[in-house]
Ligand binder design. Structure first.
Ligand code: MLT
Length: 332
């Protein structure tokens, strides 16, 4: 073989090796999950707590999975519209969703015809964050503390407007409970998420709401709204000057919300494992931890993480909220 022929043969061999490598890369990209962007459904308007948490965890999850994650806001029905829609997507890992204490805990008590069962219709991926509930009011609400606030609500009744994010949402269910315990009858004003509700609280269109901590911390720090109490046994390090409901004289109002990632039921096992691992990595990401902690979010650790912990949480939340909310509805 001449030197020229040898060179040609070597080149042909090199090219065919290249073709095999290229073919196998293509095959992996096509067959292996994920090979295209993933849609993360947020069942509320942009700018609220669910959206905030989704946007904090999405980038590190995307990094772990090697594909972009895009946020799809599908508001309506207190979060049940987006969750219903996402639950009907193909269970291939390309549509996942952020649910919460409302969509997967309170909603069954308040919707007779809920199109999903929080404990059966989904493959749980994991809890993303615990989100204590804070009673917040417009900056100039004329009450110095929780006692005065409740007195004002009891005296002036329906002249005060209470914002919430739709029937079954966290702000609605915890708001109903608060009203029942405080013996208050304000007028409800419904939003497509507490992001837009917060804008109206800041500008004084509405008087108050019970909201998840991650949505209130920046505004309390900016001094554009006021807080009367946090509904947890201990104060939050993110809001050290806000008293607990116990300290402020309303010990029966202790509620804690949470946000979590779910997928439509029957994901392939390897896809499920990859999503669980991506969320786990996101929760260990120092930037995620710092952002969540600054906003008062609680990061699940150890046994609080993952699908089994989330499944247990959903079952216990449905059991916890159903009697409490039915009693609150009956007292209206
Ligand atoms: C709720 O009240 O359920 C949430 O705050 C809604 C939201 O995330 O916007």
């Amino acid at each position: 073989m001449s030197a020229r022929d040898r060179c040609r043969a070597l080149l042909a061999a090199a090219l065919s090796i290249g073709a095999i490598v290229a073919a196998s890369v293509t095959a992996t990209a096509e067959e292996g999950y994920p090979s295209r962007p993933i849609s993360l459904v947020v069942p509320f308007a942009a700018g609220g707590p669910t959206d905030t948490i989704a946007r904090i965890i999405a980038p590190p999850m995307a990094k772990a999975l090697g594909r972009p994650i895009t946020i799809a806001n599908i508001p309506g029905g207190g979060g049940t519209t987006g969750i219903t829609e996402a639950s009907r997507a193909k269970p291939d890992g390309y549509t996942i969703m952020v649910g919460h204490m409302g969509t997967h805990g309170a909603a069954p008590a308040l919707f007779r015809t809920l199109k999903y069962d929080p404990a059966r219709t989904f493959d749980p991926i994991g809890v993303a964050a615990g989100t204590p509930v804070v009673i917040v009011a417009r900056k100039d609400f004329p009450a110095a503390d929780l006692h005065g606030f409740i007195e004002a609500l009891q005296t002036k009744g329906s002249t005060y407007n209470q914002a919430h994010a739709g029937v079954g949402s966290v702000s609605h269910s915890t708001g109903m409970l608060f009203d029942a315990i405080a013996n208050a009858r304000p007028t409800f004003v419904v939003y497509r998420g507490t992001g837009p509700a917060m804008n109206d609280l800041i500008s004084g269109q509405v008087d108050f709401l019970t909201d998840q901590i991650v949505n209130v911390v920046p505004h309390l720090q900016a001094g554009t709204i006021r807080a009367y109490a946090i509904a947890t046994p201990e104060r939050s390090p993110a809001l050290p000057s806000v008293p607990t409901t116990r300290e402020a004289g309303l010990p029966n109002f202790e509620v804690s919300a949470w946000n979590a990632v779910f997928a439509p039921k029957n994901l392939p096992k390897d896809v499920h494992a990859k999503l669980v691992d991506a969320l786990d990595k996101a929760l260990d990401d120092p930037t995620v931890r710092e952002r969540l902690l600054k906003l008062g979010g609680r990061i699940p650790e150890g046994g609080e993480r993952g699908p089994a912990a989330l499944q247990k949480l959903v079952e216990s939340e449905v059991a916890r909220w159903t009697p409490a909310l039915r009693a609150a509805v009956d007292s209206e």
